[in-house]
Write a protein that binds this ligand. Structure first.
Ligand SMILES: *Cc1c(COP(=O)(O)O)cnc(C)c1O
Length: 457
């Protein structure tokens, strides 16, 4: 069944989709039947579709459009760079100015002692780079057995073979025989879903202790690194209990293991600090970046590396790794302009002082809704847990697809909120205003009402 469309162009594009396109994270057959919604333009925090509907994008695209849509400065930076030097590579002892200037600017905002960047085309490639660099690092140090990377169930680290293996999404592992060897997973610090009768603080300690248990099981001599998102994004905006990160830091301090923060979502201001690691007081050895680095205007990712690691890598000869588009000059020029805007317009400062506290206060008002079991959030991230029983945190059965019902109502009513199972999540552009936050929260409430009416009826 095809949705009713009024614009003949919409039907044409949907036919092209059906006849020629294979879409990421989609059921091809279902998409061919229903047809995609076609997004045609955007400005600020709003999108427009090909039917003329205006939609508040409370997901900032896929977590990436930090400075909002429609910033001409980024388009001009790309145009200027394309005319000057559209492409040259960074292989074989050459370099281009924008990538070097961007590396310097990233180092300026990165945590103390993290002064080098390896550029990639995406977050997934950043994590692939991490895996190869960690193993190379330990080999140079004469510990080639330290290959195993410890990651977490329901973490998200991208969709390449290494990225999907590092991630802990079982529905991704089931396709293509993943994870690859040398990657092991520990439970996630998701109190609402998995905390049982423990208090959040007790559960945070328990979840952190699973790291130590795994280190001992695999053997410290075989473990190269632990990777984690400061806050799990795609897993459902999972904010660890307060006890979790301090306990993890305590455990990591006991062992010779690298700590990798996947900052693809948290990086560049999402928590109200430059990095999620700053927000939690963590001191990683490597940080994967992408998304907010260019506000999604052009693809780019990377890996920020601590000085001590670079000193070791300097002793190792060639690092036989890199991408055609590592440090792409046009992407770097866009990244530079994006960072300039974040800095000069004090966007992250405003998030921290003004708009994030307002968003968090308004979002929490939804906790009184009969469907809502918990509202949580940090900075410009939020999650709303939909439940059958508020007191016991009991969910609706998964066949009811309550999250998808809610998402569909949101979509139909001009709001993009994503559903991860029955967890509704948001991650709006960092530039969202208080008035736009009011609109977001009132639309969210309206859609919760519609969802409740649909499942009750
Ligand atoms: C999106 C994401 C990635 C993957 O980035 P891509 O650019 O899609 O390859 C990796 N880690 C996290 C935490 C992400 O959210």
């Amino acid at each position: 069944m095809t949705n009713q469309v009024n614009n003949p162009k919409t039907a044409e594009w949907q036919a092209m989709s059906r006849d020629h396109h294979l879409a990421p994270f989609s059921d091809f057959k279902q998409l061919a039947e229903v047809g995609p919604r076609i997004i045609t333009k955007a400005e600020g925090v709003y999108l427009w579709d090909s039917e003329g509907s205006k939609i508040l994008d409370a997901m900032a695209g896929l977590w990436c459009v930090a400075i909002g849509y429609g910033r001409k400065e980024l388009a001009e930076a790309a145009y200027k760079q394309m005319q000057e030097l559209p492409y040259y590579n960074m292989f074989f002892m050459t370099a281009t100015p924008p990538a070097l200037e961007l590396a310097k600017e990233i180092a300026a905002v990165a945590p103390e002692g993290m002064n080098h960047v390896f550029f990639t085309g995406s977050g997934s490639e950043g994590n692939d780079t991490m895996l190869r660099m960690v193993r190379h690092y330990w080999a140079i140090k004469g510990k080639p057995n330290k290959k195993v990377i410890i990651s977490r169930v329901n973490g998200y680290h991208g969709s390449t073979v290494a990225g999907a293996s590092l991630g802990g999404m079982t529905y991704m592992h089931e396709q293509g025989d993943l994870p690859i060897p040398g990657i092991v997973h520990i439970p996630q610090p998701y109190w609402f879903a998995e905390g049982g009768d423990m208090t959040p603080d007790e559960f945070g300690i328990w979840a952190a202790e699973q790291l130590e248990k795994k280190i001992l099981e695999v053997g410290e001599e075989n473990v190269g690194a632990f990777i984690a998102e400061p806050i799990q994004g795609a897993g459902g905006v999972i904010i660890p209990p307060d006890t979790y990160w301090p306990k993890v830091r305590e455990i990591l301090a006991k062992y010779e293991i690298l700590f990798v923060a996947d900052e693809v979502i948290c990086g560049f201001g999402r928590t109200g600090e430059w990095f999620g690691s700053d927000f939690f007081g963590n001191t990683p050895d490597m940080m994967t970046i992408a998304k907010g680095l260019t506000s999604g205007y052009i693809p780019m990712g990377g890996l920020i590396v601590r000085d001590e690691i670079v000193e070791v890598l300097n002793q190792g000869g060639d690092f036989n790794h890199g991408f055609t588009y590592s440090g792409h000059p046009v992407a770097a020029a866009v990244g530079l302009e994006n960072l300039r805007i974040l800095r000069e317009e004090k966007i992250i400062e405003r998030v921290k002082a003004e708009t994030a506290p307002y968003l968090q206060k308004r979002l929490r008002e939804l906790a009184d809704h009969p469907l809502v079991g918990e509202v949580r959030g940090v900075g410009m991230l939020g999650a709303i847990e939909l439940v059958k029983n508020k007191a016991t945190r009991e969910r609706y059965s998964s066949d009811q697809g309550v999250g998808m019902i809610c998402r569909t109502h949101c979509f139909a009513n001009g709001l993009i909120m994503r559903a991860v199972g029955d967890t509704m999540i948001i991650s709006p552009p960092l530039v969202i205003s208080n008035a736009e936050i009011d609109e977001l929260v009132s639309k969210a409430r309206q859609c919760l009402d519609l969802t409740l009416a649909e499942i009750a009826g």
